[in-house]
Design a binder for this molecule. Sequence first.
Ligand code: ADP
Ligand code: ZN
Length: 618
Amino acid sequence: MVDFDSLPADAPPQERALHVLETVFGYSSFRGHQGEIVQHVAGGGDALVLMPTGGGKSLCYQVPALLRQGTGVVISPLIALMQDQVDALDEVGVRAAFLNSTQSFDEAMQIERRLRQGDLDLLYVAPERLMTPRCLDLLESARISLFAIDEAHCVSQWGHDFRPEYIKLSVLHERFPQVPRIALTATADQQTREEIIHRLQLEDARQFVSSFDRPNIRYQIVEKANGRKQLLDFIKSEHPEDAGIVYCLSRKKVEETADFLRSEGINALAYHAGMDYAQRTANQARFLREDKIVMVATIAFGMGIDKPDVRFVCHLDLPKSVEGYYQETGRAGRDGLPADAWMAYGLQDVVQQRRMIDESDADETFKRVLGTKLNAMLALCETLHCRRVHLLDYFGEKSAPCGNCDTCLTPPVSFDATVEVQKLLSTVYRVEQRFAPGHVIEVLRGIDGERVKQWRHDQLSVFGVGSDRGEAEWRAILRQVIALGLLTVDADNYSALKLTEAARPVLRGEQAVQLRRYQKPEKAKRSSQRSSFVETDLSTEEQALFEKLRWWRVETARAHNVPAYVIFHDATMREIAKARPQSLDDLRHVTGVGEKKLETYGAQIIALIAEMQAAQSS
Ligand code: ADP
Ligand code: ZN
């Protein structure tokens, strides 16, 4: 399908690959390892590709599929997204189709025919479909250029998305030994990686491990006071016009939060596994297709969502692990433009998560794993240092302070909290380790409420020893003390606080404790220092053109029945608004404009710019 005529017949492989990248996808250079991976797979080699979300995995198999003879088969568990993927390829002139259970028999027959005739560059198949004898026979009767195994971590039983069908994919190697295979995932840990290699028989594959840094994402974790209100302030001040995702732990909270945001004038939708299928899918489709929608969801939402212009991901509850947090926040800013990962976190989160682990019916070993993962997450929340350094270090990558996270931008102040912590631990001890956080804090602060009096806790020597600090401050201290493991919350006993072994040396004065100083949650304000590495500021005139292009895109997307970003990304339209191309040749140089799009939309864009300029000069 690609037109190689303009290249000399003996052009070296790199040049052919770049030619495809430029003419089909409209990009001028490969990113990171992409170029090497494309060379390797186009040359017939097997590959294991580890790249963060938004790193650009798709091109790693799409370009080789276009360089090699035959059809590239992409195995993906995400049936719901295949239509959009195929539509996007169609827009750039690549012949693509999918086979899955959503199709009628006739549709499937037609695609099978196209495959046998060599009329497809790429074919997306669900793993359970691929494993049917009929499908394997079909593939044998066609010419296959490569197999791409997307979301390859689904073979891992350790991972979070295990799919039993994936284990059987080793059959590909047995039945098609000549066809190169490329497995791709955004899950970084060593254990998953080893399991992918083992299960898919990729022992001889070359491994390409990218940096997991997402420099355009700004990480921010704030103290939770009134989470919903803080969220609203954040959205209103930082992202009033943007698409974003808000994660909550429970279905109920998802519904309540979406209702609340809607009542405040924000275009919010809900998504969780308890909703009926039709409603859930309709909401997902709207999120993908329309601009400026905020999706409030449980973590059931998001796998494989490749909407490039999600500008923020918020967490209203603490995620269970750093892996989960990183995967969820990674859905922001896939287009490389500045994006935010924002989380509100407080004492209640720590108590709740610890309780959930205690109360689960997992065996002791697994509970310990869950506890370790939670501790790592807490350490990230409480760190006094760069969040990004901490995150990357968790994935085994060393880095330097980033300048684009909250702790870098407004360094937290630590203080020697030994005395405060001693007061707190003593109070827990004096109330016989039988009371929940709220009560302990009342005693500390010397509040003689009814319950305190009833238990005669106003008679204790510790009553009021912490009256110099407010409730929010004590909660912040208590939260950190629990995170440090000096106190635990007893789930079986009304969330009573209990001392741990680790508390002893602190109580005896043998060990000092440094804590983060409490900072009153401020109303979020638009920060003056938006990330500087991507040019985002448009002049008034450029902005006007950009808005005009946006309108044009909405209408065009509707007419073609595809998501807006499939027509052009925001980044491409910003570049057009800045460069104001006057001819098709000028437009060709804009990132994201390939030959097919130039042909389809070029004239309309040039006309739109001319019209605007005429209006401005008259
Ligand atoms: P992943 O699957 O790794 O999450 P994608 O393949 O969806 O990432 O790519 C993320 C975004 O980056 C897409 O919008 C894609 O068009 C863009 N992209 C990928 N490679 C390049 C490149 N070499 N130049 C410019 N943009 C790219
Ligand atoms: Zn930082």
